[in-house]
Design a protein around this ligand. Structure first.
Ligand code: SF4
Ligand SMILES: [Zn+2]
Length: 314
């Protein structure tokens, strides 16, 4: 099973390349943090993120490493509200809250529906609650959760790429049409959605990576999302490392992330963010990494294009 299968990459192949999961405690979130984010209304405000510990996502996307901090079985009823309560006690106040669960909030084997009420009551002081979901799991459950939630509900959906050959090989098990149907459903019910877009998934070179991230931004906004986050693709989950070894994947360059963010901001169709986590992986120049990271962070917050970093590397 060491060959690169294609064109369809199966669950079985992806799972066979995995290493071990981290040890997690189902009574605690595996991480939490507070960061500044530009809101839909244009203010820069604190946003808390709680990374909930729960059952692994039933999808097995080629590029995903979120399974590392998940359990094999569903967590007990009330475990999710308990995790949220515990995290909120630890963290400073914030206006907005992201509940990210390494999968889909609306996957009932990850987050039991019986817990929605308890969750809603714990987060009632926030202005906005943002959850993530696979587009195929968007249905009436979202409306039920929205109805008992005091804050506004926003939903983040992985579009990944609109290159349909690549999307198929990512094993995401959805089409761009599935994505647009889910955004339409949410929009019709007054729920804002945001898209996750990959920069340079495997099987693309640098310029194709930029091109398809830009086409994906175009598509995402055309479906009605209010915000897009561009995520540079990383290795580290086993399958991606093997693809890198065989020459089918190399991480994107930080310059490409800057270029795609500039493109998205020029569209002026909604907020566009670059994921700035651990950007050292995407740069070979220590002289400008810090300045480039600061520039991307500033553009995320201001939603304006600022002067490029000058360096001998480029
Ligand atoms: S749907 Fe999301 S969490 Fe699930 S495997 Fe795919 S990328 Fe990972
Ligand atoms: Zn440099």
């Amino acid at each position: 099973m060491n060959e690169i299968p294609g064109p369809i990459i199966s669950d079985q192949w992806i799972l066979s390349k995995r290493g071990n999961k981290n040890i997690v405690d189902p009574r605690r979130p595996y991480a939490w943090l507070v960061e500044k984010e530009r809101t839909a209304s244009g203010r820069i405000e604190d946003t808390a993120i709680i990374f909930l510990t729960n059952r692994e996502c039933p999808f097995h996307c080629l590029m995903c490493d979120l399974w590392k901090n998940t359990t094999d079985r569903s967590v007990a009823k009330s475990a999710i509200p308990d995790q949220i309560e515990w995290a909120l006690e630890q963290m400073p106040e914030a206006k907005h809250l992201k509940l990210y669960n390494s999968g889909s909030f609306f996957d009932v084997r990850a987050i039991p529906q019986e817990d929605y009420k308890g969750i809603a009551s714990l987060v009632s002081n926030f202005e906005t609650v943002i959850v993530e979901s696979h587009p195929k799991l968007i249905d009436e459950k979202c409306l039920h959760f929205r109805d008992i939630l005091k804050p506004d509900l926003h939903v983040a959906l992985g579009l990944e790429t609109v290159n349909t050959d690549i999307l198929l090989r990512l094993n995401k098990q959805m089409t761009p049409e599935d994505f647009s149907n889910s955004v339409r459903f949410l929009t019709q019910h007054g729920i804002l959605s945001r898209a996750f877009i990959l920069l340079k998934p495997p099987f693309l070179n640098e310029s194709e990576g930029i091109l398809w991230a830009e086409r994906s931004l175009d598509f995402a906004f055309s479906t009605g999302v209010e915000c897009c986050t561009v995520i540079p693709v990383r290795a580290g989950n086993g399958a991606m490392d093997l693809l890198a070894e065989k020459g089918y994947f190399s991480p994107p360059d930080i310059n490409s992330l800057e270029e795609v963010l500039e493109y998205g901001l020029r569209l002026n169709l909604g907020r566009v963010f670059a994921d700035v986590w651990d950007l050292g992986q995407f740069s070979t120049c220590n002289k400008c990494l810090e300045r480039r990271t600061a520039r991307l962070t500033e553009m995320n917050l201001s939603q304006k294009i600022i002067g490029r970093v000058k360096c001998t590397c480029k």
